[in-house]
Design a protein around this ligand. Sequence first.
Ligand SMILES: NC(=O)NCCC[C@H](N)C(=O)O
Length: 425
Amino acid sequence: MSADPVVPIVAGDAAPVDVPTAATAGVGNTSEVGRLRTVLLHRPGDELRRLTPRNNDQLLFDGLPWVDRAQEEHDEFADVLRSRGVEVLLLGDLLRETIAASGAARIQGIAAAVSARRLGAHLAEELAGHLRDLAPADLAHVLTAGMTFDELPETPAAATSSLVRRMHHGPEFAIDPLPNLLFTRDSSFWIGPRFAITSLALPARARETSLTDLIYAHHPRFAGSRRAYESRVAPVEGGDVLLLAPGVVAVGVGERTTPAGAEALARSLFDDGLAHTVLAVPIEQARAFMHLDTVCTMVDTDAVVMYPNIRDTMSAFTLRVDHGEVSVTGARPFVDAAADAMGIAKLRVIDTGLDPVTAEREQWDDGNNTLAVEPGVVVSYNRNVETNRRLADSGIEVLEIEGRELGSGRGGPRCMSCPVARDAS
Ligand SMILES: NC(=O)NCCC[C@H](N)C(=O)O
């Protein structure tokens, strides 16, 4: 496998490091706002049709989306990105192609989905055998939408010899669906020329990474790409990871990413020369603030939009490496720590000036969860009228999309996108 070519970077007051550039054409990402070239989305499918009033909380949705309408909204989102010259990769397509191209990927996906703990060894083996024979599109469907006991293949032996099958109710899941695949931001991210497979904190999402993992490992599109961050020990979710500038990474620590996860990620990025500074940003352990990108996203090379109600309290610990030793300093105000690490005089916080109640409502509806397609141009849900108006008043171009149904999963444009390639900003 080829080594990553390197370019020296110096940012802020940190020691210069060599940050690798892309070794594989069409991948690589060192910024939140550089012109977006390629992005990974997931068009929501039948996995959303699995949501019921009985399981939506556990599956991390706040309601039951109208699925056809959610798909239309998602198509509009993808079209807005395409209209800006962005190549849109769809996870469902990549999954199908990967399974078609690689027997190892097929086995890997099945192994992660079929649990002997739930099904018992006998039924698990039988189901795995059935899945191994499915056409790629059908297997991809099972891996994303899951399978109920009612949908298990009929075999004479299973009807008589599987207690598990006899005792489970038909609509229960033999394989859980993955409705949160929609939020491609969280299960992987690209940093420099490499992809990182994250480690998702909650059981409802844990299996998502088995799919991103097999796609990056086996899809021909990513041949030659190398992995960053191998640790599965502690949770790290992509929504908590912001690439503030080349070599400077902010990591939210709260409901999902833990201190151990942030530290493991930092050490791994330092070891691979992918970062010289990591800012660990404490965020409240609450559903409304589940990831750093629910309260703060970059809208320009030196500007963020931030939930006003935390603006004065957001802080950061600074992690750096010097001669092989990691040092942790702070905590100090996030904007100051970020500006120093980025080597800029000031990190601008767009002044949305909203009253606390409007701010709280629009934060809940992902008003601060913008996706930049180039510096100063972001995608946002249209329902966040006041936040979007303030962004526009500050010179940020806002490309509005409908999020009435998509928003029921509690994620906005940044959550629903995993940039694979951006220009340097
Ligand atoms: N980066 C993000 O904030 N992603 C949104 C994830 C929403 C999903 N329903 C979850 O609770 O994990």
